[in-house]
Ligand binder design. Structure first.
Ligand code: ADP
Ligand code: ASP
Ligand code: MG
Length: 463
């Protein structure tokens, strides 16, 4: 089971997480995955950016807050007998963290590799504290980094890919003996290591992915994701007041939702579980009696065409145009090649019916890079005349496996949006036919989500 940052926000919630482990322990062998406490990853990112700019006063302030939070929490969750040892280990990590930040500041350089190392402190600290809280309830719990637990990845820092076969083998080799001795491994989410031991991260929200990888490797009965909402919902409850918890969703739907839900779950998290058909449950750690959402390979939600609608914020649209692209078969491939080689991830693509334009949706932070890469690769060859970018955009994704082969869904979606006078900038249908996505301006995103939620009456329980 994995505990998200919101379920490990302070000493009270960490003690609560430990009690959840206790509650399900007698009948089950459990592997625990810990996210960083609350918004620690965000703070560490900020510290890294500031250190690189040598803004030392602000660095010291945020670093101090982060360090004190972990010391205070560790002291509060451990017993008097064990607290010295835990505090020594927390202080050691805090010192290493400080040295890392000093290094970044001294060199004025934050590389993807050093950023991953910096971010790893969040989960290394939280796993240590959660393990102490579980031990305090009388269990044998031990914290491990993702690398120590056997998760090996490539060296694409910031978005590292696990090496599945090697990792699965190593995870079994390292964790099974612990489980056999009734020890509870508490593994840092989000982080892995290259084969030579350098720390990597699996991408934001990566603790879900860690849980799924460990579950698949150990072939567990289920994978549980403890979070701060009652389950996967028809929409983000912060946007839609009557959003409802989905009792069951298929892996395909969860994948689309997580890909586009951005923060709700890591986009690749479902894949290892889906491959081994291991059911995933998403549950609320402050209401552990609720069943939550079950994600499984079964067909779900009969009668519902659309199941959920989600939003991915902060994206940009990059459009290449040129009459030379008409009838030129390699144009889209060239666009992808140019973006791929400059490490820009394309979230959506749409080709104008005239074939004279191709629009790519990328993360807003990548927009300038994308424009530069496309200009360098494509201008002046008679294919493309212009590359332009717009940065005020968000993607709305409408998800449901029942959409496949059901005519008229798109008409209802765009009708609902048009009635709110929202201008749709780009449209694309995922090849899975489990989702229809489109792009609107960032400010109109929430209203578009609400309009679709209403149109398909997602707030009402299905028959
Ligand atoms: P954790 O800290 O447990 O990893 P996250 O913040 O990553 O939690 O994800 C949970 C949050 O995702 C919820 O608090 C909710 O606001 C947001 N969210 C967005 N879309 C959805 C959705 N469709 N269903 C449930 N929650 C959603
Ligand atoms: N702490 C990491 C993040 O905030 C990973 C996670 O919470 O899943 O992205
Ligand atoms: Mg998360």
């Amino acid at each position: 089971m994995k505990f998200g940052g919101s379920s490990l926000a302070n000493a009270t919630s960490i003690r609560n997480a430990a009690r959840i482990v206790q509650r399900f322990s007698p009948e089950n062998k459990i592997v625990v995955v810990a996210s960083a406490m609350n918004d620690t990853t965000e703070r560490l990112l900020e510290i890294g950016e500031l250190a690189q700019k040598k803004e030392n006063a602000r660095v010291r302030k945020i670093l101090g807050i982060t360090q004190r939070l972990h010391v205070k929490t560790a002291r509060s969750v451990s017993s008097r007998k064990t607290s010295r040892e835990i505090l020594d280990r927390i202080n050691q990590l805090n010192t290493d963290l400080e040295k890392t930040v000093e290094g970044i500041s001294h060199l004025r350089e934050l590389t993807p590799r050093s950023r991953d190392y910096l971010l790893s402190f969040g989960e290394r600290l939280s796993a240590l504290i959660l393990a102490a809280a579980i031990r305090n309830l009388g269990f044998k719990a031990q914290s491990l980094t993702g690398g120590e637990a056997g998760i090996a990845s490539d060296d694409k820092f910031g978005e590292a890919k696990p090496l599945a076969e090697l990792s699965y083998h190593e995870i079994r080799r390292r964790l099974e003996p612990m489980l056999a001795k009734n020890q509870i491994p508490v593994v840092t989410g989000f982080i892995a290591a290259t084969v030579d031991g350098t720390i990597t991260t699996l991408g934001r929200g990566g603790s879900d992915y860690t849980a799924s990888i460990l579950g698949a490797a150990l072939n567990t009965d289920e994978i549980w994701i403890w979070t701060d909402v009652d389950g996967l919902m028809t929409a983000d409850p912060r946007i839609v007041k009557d959003a409802r918890v989905l009792r069951t969703v298929s892996f395909g739907e969860a994948l689309e939702l997580s890909y586009f839900g951005a923060k709700m779950m890591h986009p690749r998290a479902m894949q290892p579980a889906a491959q081994r058909k291991i059911p995933v449950r998403i549950r609320n750690s402050s209401k552990p009696t609720l069943e939550g959402t079950l994600v499984s390979s079964g067909e779900t939600g009969a009668g519902r065409v659309v199941k959920a609608v989600s939003i991915i914020r902060s994206v940009g649209i990059v459009t290449v145009s040129g009459t030379g692209m008409i009838g030129s078969p390699g144009a889209a491939a060239k666009v992808f090649m140019a973006l791929g080689s400059s490490n820009v991830n394309v979230m959506m693509i749409s080709q104008g019916s005239s074939e004279a334009t191709i629009s790519c949706i990328v993360a807003r932070k990548d927009t300038d890079n994308a424009v530069r890469a496309l200009q360098l690769a494509l201008l002046g060859q008679g294919l493309v005349d212009k590359v332009v970018a717009e940065k005020d955009a968000c993607i709305i994704a409408v998800v449901g496996s029942g959409m496949k082969g059901t005519p008229g869904v798109a008409a209802r979606i765009f009708g609902a949006v048009a009635r709110k006078k929202i201008n749709v900038r780009v449209v694309a249908q995922g090849s899975s036919e489990h989702n229809v996505s489109f792009v609107v301006s960032e400010g109109q995103g929430p209203e578009a989500v609400q309009a679709i939620h209403e149109e398909f009456q997602l707030g009402k329980a299905s028959a």
